[in-house]
Design a protein around this ligand. Structure first.
Ligand code: MLT
Ligand code: MN
Ligand code: ZN
Length: 301
């Protein structure tokens, strides 16, 4: 039977919760077991319950797969993971490809721009081209990455990966092109959108989100200057290519009033107060109709 099913493999942004070098209140609470730890950014999707597409290969993919029975090997060297799709070239979305290197066939979908980024990094040659097919996908092109699932990549405002910023001069943090994309998935009449990185909601993006059964959206920060205020860094969310949840220019406001079945935040940075169940910020997001994604969360449409 064809049914669109999605499992959050990792709900956190780069670094995860806790992040190895972070002593912030959230990371310490996660270490003490007071709030649920979250691994790094990834979503698994199937349309037939057997063949799975993994969206983004996080550095935590090994334990994410181990924690997901539906993705366990089905034979000596056969796995339900049939394809991987990338939404950008950030480390939290590509480093896990190195874990998938054990001569296991799958197809790797990404834009031509991200394919060039991978091709320029010889370490990804560890994915033997004889068994792992790299398939560049044009924006707007409709493909079938696993049986019964239709997928389209579309530009989401964002920037190049951090490691390609150079000295940052002239950096555009909300460009629309092949460096940061969202994914539209559909099966059996259901439509799901996955946008883990987004600098702003343009009218074009809003039109695409309208009427979706589920939207998984960039939940990196609650407030744009959150990391600065907490003493964790010098960058705003906007500088990192991520819009925040709260405020008049935030994602909660941007999607308010739209016809969207389920709205779920993913890619939360460990500084984000919504990671604390019961926090005022989490209750505000929930009151606005959002669910805070977490590892292992599953939806069926
Ligand atoms: C991001 O989402 O902004 C990046 O994952 C940051 C990073 O590469 O650490
Ligand atoms: Mn990220
Ligand atoms: Zn932290």
């Amino acid at each position: 039977m064809t049914r669109l099913r999605a499992v959050v493999l990792g709900a956190a942004a780069g670094g995860g919760l806790p992040q190895w070098n972070c002593g912030c209140a959230n990371c310490n609470a996660a270490r003490r077991g007071e709030i649920p730890p979250q691994t790094q950014s990834s979503l698994a999707v199937t349309a037939n319950g057997e063949d799975w597409l993994v969206l983004n290969a996080s550095p935590d993919i090994g334990r994410q797969l181990a924690a997901s029975p539906a993705l366990h090997p089905t034979a000596l060297r056969d796995v339900p993971l049939k394809s991987v799709m990338l939404t950008n070239g950030d480390i939290d979305h590509v480093a896990g490809l190195l874990t998938l290197r054990e001569k296991q066939p799958f197809t790797l979908y990404m834009t031509g721009g991200i394919a060039e980024v991978l091709a320029a990094n010889p370490i990804f040659g560890a994915l033997d081209p004889a068994v792992v097919t790299r398939a560049p996908v044009a924006l707007g092109e409709s493909i079938e990455p696993v049986s019964g699932l239709s997928a389209t990549l579309f530009a989401a405002p964002g920037k190049v990966p951090l490691y390609l910023e150079g000295d940052g001069a002239g950096l555009v943090t909300d460009m629309e092109g092949e460096q940061t994309v969202g994914v539209e998935l559909s099966a059996a009449g259901a439509r799901l959108l996955y946008v883990p990185g987004c600098a702003r909601v343009t009218p074009t993006l809003a039109a695409r989100l309208q009427g979706a059964d589920a939207v998984f959206f960039d939940g990196t920060l609650w407030e744009d200057d959150e990391m600065i205020r907490l003493g964790l860094g010098v960058k705003t969310g906007a500088r990192m290519g991520h819009m925040s949840m709260n405020g008049p220019s935030g994602s909660i406001a941007a999607l308010a009033g739209m016809d969207i079945g389920r709205r779920i935040f993913v890619h939360m940075n460990n500084s984000n107060p919504v990671l604390v169940p019961g926090s005022a910020e989490r209750r505000a997001a929930e009151a606005a109709g959002w669910t805070i994604g977490q590892d292992g969360m599953e939806i069926t449409l």
